[in-house]
Design a protein. Structure first.
Length: 126
C-alpha cells in the first residue's frame, strides 16, 4: 500500500481529499502547511514508506515552488503532484517527477493521475 503526504491548509478540502485517497490508495498523512510537511518528511518512519506528495501551489508560509525544491534536497526521486489554480504556471516546477494539475478538476482525474504516479514510483523502486 502507498503512503501519501497531503499538504493542504483547508480543513474541509483536506478531509475530502484524505477520504477519497485512503479509499483507493491506503495511508494518507496530512500536513497543514509546507513547514509541517518538511518536519514530517524528516521522520524516518514516514520517509521510508512515503510514495507521493500532493500539495497546493499557494500555501501559507513557504510557497509551492520553494517547498518542492526543499523536498528535492531531501528526497530527490519522490514524485510530487501540485494542485494549482487555472492560470498558474507549471513552469514554476522545472524539477523532475513533478506534475502540475490545474483546478478545477473532477476528483477522478486527480485519482487517476495519482494512481499513475504511484505506479511509476513502484517501477522506479523495483
Amino acid at each position: 500500500m502507498a503512503t501519501i503526504l497531503l499538504v493542504d491548509d483547508d480543513p474541509l478540502q483536506a478531509s475530502f481529499m484524505v477520504s477519497i485517497l485512503e479509499r483507493r490508495f491506503g495511508e494518507v498523512c496530512r500536513a497543514t502547511d509546507a513547514a509541517e510537511a518538511l518536519c514530517l518528511i524528516e521522520q524516518p518512519d514516514l520517509a521510508s514508506k512515503l510514495s507521493l506528495v500532493i500539495s497546493g501551489h499557494h500555501m501559507p508560509g513557504i510557497g509551492g515552488p520553494v517547498f518542492i525544491s526543499e523536498i528535492r534536497t531531501r528526497m530527490p526521486n519522490l514524485p510530487v503532484l501540485v494542485l494549482g489554480a487555472t492560470g498558474e504556471s507549471p513552469k514554476d516546477y522545472p524539477q523532475s517527477r513533478v506534475v502540475f494539475l490545474a483546478k478545477p478538476f473532477v476528483p477522478e482525474v486527480m485519482l487517476s493521475l495519482t494512481g499513475r504516479m504511484l505506479a511509476g514510483q513502484k517501477s522506479a523502486k523495483a
